[in-house]
Design a protein around this ligand. Structure first.
Ligand code: MTE
Ligand code: MO
Length: 312
């Protein structure tokens, strides 16, 4: 039986988590606060090496960016624990070299990319995107990467390639919570081929101009900004082109709560909470959640004629 889902650690949890972030900022430098509660044990997230040659790309928002400390210190990566600071504390066991990404399935040019060769596949761009977690918090993150479409074009999908499946590394030696059954491992996500080819969809290798921290999905992860955060699979080792919609990790865990599309939609509530509003990390008052996370102009046409309550 599965007992932990994103929702189980949500609504009641938001205020304490906000308090924690503010408290960490407040306490920076006040190391003598011995009475600090459990959260204070986490060290500030380490910075990675700079990624040279990154050019500004399309679609960036000019909203205030969420500080690096929060982007790298507060997130979900269940392979390293279910708490928001667990990934930052535990992801140091992830080894990102050597690393390969297999591109396979319904393609004419199946191949195994070495990660360093993959970094040179296309020019690296900075894209400042909103990310909205299904739990009700959001961030603004300056990603570094290139459009997934660049990789898809080189793979030459066949006519049977209707969907793309993304598979995270499965190695309990590096990812300790894969020894538990909080999810069916490995973590699997999927996109329809047109969503995968959309110019907003990124393969990200960095953030804030630096190599991705392990906790953010190093060495390569998906970023799909108009969908809930869990669609953006981390630490990817396989990209498979398939005819049928993949059975994703969250659909397997709770099919009535997490659908295949999972587009950010303030009008379709999660069965256990409203999706109408969100808390931008670092802000006190909640914001209205925007249709497709504010990317409707770019992506609404992909869903024309679809009942978004049925295809949630
Ligand atoms: N492999 C894997 N990918 C994952 C997750 C996970 O648990 N495992 N969590 C998802 C969720 S719920 C969110 S909100 C984002 C959060 O991480 P980020 O802030 O680095 O994007 O990663 C997504 N990708
Ligand atoms: Mo999430």
């Amino acid at each position: 039986m599965r007992i932990i889902k994103p929702g189980d650690i949500l609504p009641s949890d938001i205020t304490p988590r906000e308090t924690y972030l503010n408290r960490r900022q407040f306490m920076a430098g006040i190391a003598a606060l011995a009475a600090a509660p459990a959260f204070a044990a986490s060290a500030p997230a380490a910075h990675g090496p700079k990624l040279p040659g990154t050019k500004p790309g399309r679609f960036s928002t000019n909203e205030a960016r969420t500080p690096f400390e929060s982007v790298a210190g507060y997130n979900n990566f269940y392979e390293f624990g279910t708490g928001k600071s667990d990934p930052a504390e535990n992801a140091h066991t992830l080894k990102t070299r050597p690393w390969t990404v297999a591109v396979e399935g319904e393609v004419k040019r199946a191949r195994i990319h070495d990660i360093d060769e993959m970094l040179r596949l296309a020019p690296l761009e900075e894209r400042i995107y909103r990310l909205r977690c299904v739990e009700g918090w959001s961030m603004v993150i300056p990603w570094v990467g290139f459009p997934l479409a660049e990789l898809i074009r080189r793979a030459e999908p066949t006519g049977n390639a209707k969907f793309v499946e993304f598979v995270t590394l499965h190695d309990p030696g590096q990812m300790p919570y894969q020894r538990t059954s909080i999810l069916d491992w490995p973590y699997v996500e999927g996109l329809r081929i047109d969503e995968a080819n959309h110019p907003l969809t990124l393969l990200a290798v960095g953030l804030y101009g630096e190599v991705l921290p392990g906790q953010n999905g190093a060495p390569v992860r998906l970023v799909v900004p108009w969908k809930y955060g869990f669609k953006s699979a981390k630490s990817i080792v396989k990209i498979r082109f398939v005819e049928k919609a993949p059975n994703t990790a969250w659909m397997r865990a709770a099919p009535d709560e997490y659908g295949f599309f999972s587009n950010v939609n303030p009008r379709v509530d999660h069965p256990r909470w409203s999706q109408a509003r969100e808390r931008r990390i670092g802000e006190f008052f909640k914001r209205e959640t925007l249709m497709f996370n504010g990317y409707a102009e770019q992506v609404a046409h992909l869903y024309r004629g679809m009942d978004l309550r049925k295809f949630f």
